[in-house]
Design a protein. Structure first.
Length: 106
């Protein structure tokens, strides 16, 4: 039995690299918002008012129900919390070749 190594749990469980990247971003955002709620000592009701959502929505966030949150929603929540979202984009090790590289290969 061979053991395949993955850079992230999302790489292991998602069907495609595209889905894995989306989940990685959502998980980082979700943890940042959850950590802010906990760090500020906010109740779920207070957090709901701050983010303009319902308390059950905050419960879903705190319980890690990542499939219920889009990147947009999580960015909006982070912004409402006064957090700054900074994004870095880099070519992955197994990324698709650039247009120039594809031309050179043909």
């Amino acid at each position: 039995m061979s053991r395949k190594r993955f850079a992230s749990v999302w790489d292991a469980i998602e069907d495609s690299p595209v889905e894995a990247e989306n989940m990685k971003l959502r998980s980082v955002l979700m943890m940042a918002v959850r950590d802010h709620i906990e760090g500020e000592g906010l109740s779920q009701g207070e957090a709901a008012k701050l983010f303009g959502v319902t308390q059950p929505r905050i419960s879903d966030l705190v319980r890690g129900k990542i499939d219920l949150f889009s990147i947009d929603m999580l960015v909006n929540m982070a912004s409402a919390a006064g957090l700054h979202v900074d994004m870095k984009i880099a070519r992955g090790a197994t990324g698709t070749p650039t247009r120039a590289a594809r031309r050179r290969a043909s």
